[in-house]
Design a protein around this ligand. Structure first.
Ligand code: DX5
Length: 223
């Protein structure tokens, strides 16, 4: 597995949901590398958000762009098939959310999707070591998941560096409080994929500026 080129990945959690289709298309036209759909069940995290139907809707307005489904849900093994059928390209599960991690990430690959595992801020890097041969990506949560617009956890760059050291050949993605300044710190530490909700959809100069600002901030650290 070789690293993906640096990627800026808008999260629709912070989009204007009254015109989600337009907001997705605007991000695609502005050069977003992927779109992330934050799936939350109100149990694994306190918030309740999107289901497989939203993935299908995003796929309809953006047929070509890779769609990541970040499953912040209990027992994700029960839902992966519906998200794969809906058009997700990448399925990320939380290491804290199931006792059958190996079975679930291998099932994701069998469904034709790219598997990744996400680590909450309090979960040690070691929790994913045994899964490295079976996944394409490690997602380092730089906030406690559940809501957009939270503050970046300052110790995150150190954790990203330890994940990168453990998995030099895998994609390392970050998510939560990512804006130009924080993106640069985690890019320097080893991240190559950057999820941003507020920094894109709430950017004062619009979506294209939000994406461009992030891309400029991480460019010096491309691997
Ligand atoms: C977990 C969510 C958020 C979202 C990004 O809470 O996954 O991290 O994607 O939100 P911002 O970029 O606004 O922190």
């Amino acid at each position: 597995m070789s690293l993906s080129p640096q990627g800026i990945i808008p999260s629709i959690l912070s989009a204007d949901l009254t015109r989600l289709g337009e907001q997705v298309q605007e991000a695609v036209e502005a050069g977003a590398d992927r779109i992330q759909v934050d799936v939350m069940d109100g149990h694994f995290v306190p918030n309740l958000t999107f289901g497989a139907d939203t993935i299908a809707a995003v796929r309809r307005v953006a047929p070509a762009i890779p769609i990541e489904a970040h499953l912040m849900i209990e027992q994700p093994e029960r839902q992966i098939e519906s998200f794969a059928r809906a058009g997700a390209s990448h399925l990320f599960i939380q290491v804290e959310s199931t006792t059958s991690l190996y079975r679930t990430v291998t099932a994701i690959r069998k469904l034709g999707c790219s598997p990744g595992v996400a680590l909450n801020p309090g979960t040690p890097v070691e929790a994913v070591r045994e899964l490295l041969p079976y996944i394409d990506l490690i997602l380092v949560m730089t906030v406690e998941p559940g809501f957009g617009g939270q503050s970046f956890i300052p110790s995150s760059p150190d954790k990203v560096a330890r994940v990168r050291a453990m998995a030099p050949e895998l994609d390392v993605e970050v998510d939560g409080g990512i804006e130009a300044q924080t993106a640069a710190t985690v890019a320097e530490a080893g991240a190559n994929l950057f999820v941003a909700g507020s920094a894109v959809y709430a950017h004062r100069e619009g979506i294209a500026s939000g994406i461009g600002t992030l891309r400029q901030a991480v460019a010096p650290y491309a691997r």
